[in-house]
Ligand binder design. Structure first.
Ligand SMILES: [Zn+2]
Length: 260
């Protein structure tokens, strides 16, 4: 294997870890903010329910007072019945009494409907209060655990960054510039060849190239995947099915060499 390739395999692992840590560190405050926003939304919903309950209560107070008005009006009208003399006056009073009584029963029905709405709002209020409490607790937990995770990630990131800074100058300038160029466009610059496939893009490596990759293990040339352009490497220790074959071949080769 090209000597730079070995170092670049380590560099890529460090770069991937760096990215993972940075992503994780960026995700933590977002998670906290999301819970805070959800908590605010739940509080607003609860406030709207509480407002709805207050409105229903005010409505019922008005309805009760209107009921009393209509009831006393009906009572007053009934008393007037004793003193009126003409049929027309009786009819007019009866009409008014009927209207007042109709209003009383209409208002009482409306009051019942309002009480049903209140009952449903009370249930919603209980749920909303639970949601607010849960989100408040989760937000507090996430803020604490998030702060811990951030501090831990920062330490890890510093360590990984230090290793990267130490490793990069050990890699040849040309190799490093190839690495950086591919990493920039592809995310990762290297791909392991496993089972005659590029492990990054899953495309099959052509047999000749695959043989080159495996056999010319000390070659100075770095092979790329024809499909994704990443630098290919082959690790006999990891490519298990090939390992036995490689061992067999190397044993065979040494037998051949010994016999020459
Ligand atoms: Zn590929």
């Amino acid at each position: 294997m090209h000597p730079d390739l070995e170092k670049m395999i380590v560099l890529q692992a460090l770069d991937v870890e760096c990215r993972r840590l940075n992503d994780e560190m960026a995700a933590i405050p977002k998670r906290v903010a999301k819970l805070a926003a959800e908590g605010d939304a739940a509080k607003k919903q609860l406030a709207a329910i509480v407002e709805g309950l207050a409105k229903e209560e005010a409505l019922r107070r008005r309805q009760e007072s209107d009921v009393k008005d209509h009831q006393s009006k009906a009572a007053r009208l009934r008393k007037q019945m004793d003193v009126v003399t003409t049929t027309a006056q009786v009819a007019a009073l009866e009409h008014e009494i009927a209207f007042a009584e109709g209003e009383v029963s209409r208002l009482e029905d409306a009051e019942l409907e309002s009480m049903e709405r209140t009952e449903s709002l009370e249930a919603q209020k209980k749920d909303a209060e639970e949601t607010v409490a849960n989100l408040t607790r989760r937000h507090a937990e996430e803020r604490t655990s998030g702060a811990d995770a951030l501090a831990r990630d920062r330490v890890l990131l510093d360590e990984v960054e230090a290793k990267r800074k130490d490793l990069r100058p050990q890699i040849g300038e040309d190799s490093l510039s190839i690495y950086d160029r591919i990493a920039k466009s592809r995310g990762t610059a290297l791909a392991e060849g496993v089972d005659q496939k590029c492990s990054a893009c899953q495309m099959v490596v052509r047999p000749q190239r695959w043989n080159d990759l495996r056999e010319r293990s000390n070659d100075e040339t770095m092979l790329t995947c024809e499909s994704c352009g990443r630098l290919l490497y082959w690790d006999p220790a990891r490519d298990a099915p090939q390992k036995k074959q490689a061992q067999k071949e190397s044993i065979a080769a040494s037998i051949v060499r010994a016999s020459l």
